[in-house]
Design a binder for this molecule. Structure first.
Ligand SMILES: Cc1cc2nc3c(=O)[nH]c(=O)nc-3n(C[C@H](O)[C@H](O)[C@H](O)COP(=O)(O)OP(=O)(O)OC[C@H]3O[C@@H](n4cnc5c(N)ncnc54)[C@H](O)[C@@H]3O)c2cc1C
Length: 519
């Protein structure tokens, strides 16, 4: 294949791979392909002026390295009272793939200063009320022997909780039973910084061309089975076309519209349900300094999983901050920078009945989300006070988070118009185009999801690529929870390479002028 940097100076060019959107998903797929097929030409088109400005931006998502260490919705209680840990193990294993890929890139000096995008941070679950305490204890018992969850602690002792989460115990009513679990191997991930770093590295490659302020308006299959993509330069208004053998639609909330334009049968009968978000950000440095964890609660009965606010220490722009949220809400936009017509224009003849069925089924959810949008700041403070009983309104500001677009489709188990809460890859039968839809667990599982795209879309190359994939990601194809020695080995290596040994705490103790001193 040719080695050239495409500058789009002609009205029609061709390439091997087109990535639509410069978020974490395209960044991950581009970086993986760059390792596996370094001589392929890759073009990236992004409508905004920089990478990682939509959902992948650090202020638009919660930055949790989702490993099911604290997220209670990944361990549902069964009707017989037992805890199903299948999803928790699955998500944890997926995050291990991400850490291995990032660690490989750091070792090869393709990513630098890992603590600018990943920091060690205890992950905790916190519950109130006897039933919830019983649930948390059972969850702990079900996970504690599993190597992936080694080191998890449970406590319902107020004194221990005081040590773990002092800011949450101040002025707390001690009559109600409370409990928490804590595990120190959690992380806070700045997906925005990671996305920018990955694109910075891709940008330096001769065979990768990144076009910002270029919006993909349409795409069509050619008679040769390739894809012709129509791109608009948002500065000049000029429209150009580029043809590629493979297209990845990594446009976040914009993916559904582009998938519909592709016309592939796999994209029919699929709809999108937008969910907006808000964070509360603490302005009081004393409060910020007292907390050092991500603390997830339990969803209220009837509330959707994405509406469980959590109290998170975050490391953004080399400053420690404290965020509470995201509060879910409703907006018809599919991207934060999108249009109020996004939802309406996504309704097509082929997904109309699916959308109508979903609309009828999800009226309570829609009402709940609209109710959330209308909450006053004081009402939000009341939710925050379940975590920080003495939280003061003047210490907290509200910031708008990213948009999620949940997939709606017909399923065997849920019937017509079922709302999905996961991340979904939709690919054409011949593997020439693939789109990423959905949200949670999202960015944390980017490597696993992009490996899925590679397996589906490049079957002819896969055998040749497998040894390289194994070199990059030693646990590829293995179940780490069944292989404790391999897990320990990988855990040590990634923790060392990515600086996850609580390095900043050690530096603090030595009173060094470390990067993460609170501003
Ligand atoms: C409130 C919230 C909290 C979250 N919390 C977490 C978390 O704690 N942990 C976690 O792992 N995940 C979390 N997620 C999910 C995670 O943020 C997403 O899964 C991930 O960022 C999606 O990445 P992406 O690359 O697919 O999309 P994006 O980052 O949205 O990137 C898509 C890009 O495509 C561009 N684009 C769109 N249309 C076009 C077009 N037509 N032409 C050209 N470019 C286009 C957009 O401008 C954008 O830059 C959260 C999401 C939200 C909204």
């Amino acid at each position: 294949m040719r080695k050239r940097k495409d500058n789009m100076s002609n009205s029609h060019t061709d390439t091997d791979v087109i990535l639509i959107g410069a978020g974490i998903m395209s960044a991950t797929l581009g970086s993986l392909l760059q390792e596996l097929a370094p001589d392929w030409n890759i073009s990236v088109f992004e409508r905004l002026e920089k990478s990682g400005k939509e959902s992948s931006n650090e202020w638009n998502n919660a930055g949790t390295g989702h490993s099911a260490l604290c997220e209670l919705n990944y361990t549902p209680e069964q009707s017989d009272g037992s805890i199903d840990v299948t999803k928790a193990i699955n998500i944890n294993e997926k995050f291990q793939l991400s850490k291995q890929f990032w660690s490989y890139l750091v070792q090869k000096r393709k990513l630098t200063n890992p603590n600018e995008f990943i920091m060690p941070l205890p992950h905790m679950s916190f519950v109130q009320g006897k039933n919830n305490v019983d649930f948390l204890r059972k969850r702990f018992e079900s996970l504690k022997e599993n190597p992936l969850f080694e080191g998890m602690e449970f406590s319902d002792d107020p004194q221990t909780l005081e040590e773990w989460i002092p800011v949450m115990m101040n002025q707390r009513d001690q009559h109600e039973p409370i409990a928490a679990t804590k595990i120190d191997t959690g992380t806070d991930v700045n997906f925005g910084a990671l996305t920018r770093k990955l694109f910075d590295h891709l940008h330096q490659q001769n065979n990768v061309a990144i076009h910002y302020k270029h919006q993909v308006d349409d795409l069509q299959r050619t008679s040769e089975g390739n894809w012709r993509v129509k791109v608009r330069d948002l500065d000049s208004g000029n429209v150009k076309q580029q043809t590629a053998k493979f297209v990845f639609i990594g446009a976040g909330g914009g993916s559904l519209h582009l998938l519909q334009k592709s016309g592939i049968p796999e994209g029919k009968q699929i709809g999108g349900f937008p969910v907006s978000g808000l964070f509360m950000v603490c302005k009081n440095e004393d409060v910020v300094a007292q907390h050092e964890a991500k603390v997830y609660g339990k969803a209220k009965v009837g509330a959707p999983p994405m509406s469980v606010p959590h109290l998170d220490t975050r490391y953004i722009d080399q400053q420690k901050s404290l965020l509470f949220g995201p509060f879910a809400g409703f907006s018809p936009k599919f991207l934060k920078s999108g249009s109020m017509l996004d939802l309406l224009s996504s309704v097509k003849p082929n997904n109309l009945t699916t959308m109508l069925a979903a609309g009828a089924k999800n009226m309570p959810l829609t009402r709940y989300l609209i109710g959330q949008v209308l909450l006053s700041k004081e009402k939000r403070m009341e939710e925050l006070r379940e975590f920080i009983p003495d939280a003061r309104s003047e210490d907290w500001d509200i910031v708008v988070a990213g948009q999620r677009v949940q997939v709606i489709k017909d399923t065997d188990s849920g019937g017509k118009g079922t709302l999905q809460f996961g991340t979904e890859v939709v690919s054409s039968d011949d593997g020439s185009i693939s789109a990423l839809l959905g949200a949670s667990p999202g960015a944390s599982t980017a490597v696993s999801v992009m490996l899925e795209v590679i397996e589906k879309c490049f079957p002819q190359q896969l055998d040749e690529w497998k040894p390289k994939i194994k070199e990059i990601i030693p646990s590829y194809g293995e179940h780490l929870h069944r292989n404790p020695e391999l897990f320990e080995d990988i855990d040590q290596t990634t923790a060392n390479t990515l600086g996850l040994k609580l390095a900043y705490k050690e530096a603090e103790e030595k009173d060094e002028n470390h990067a993460y001193k609170q501003a």
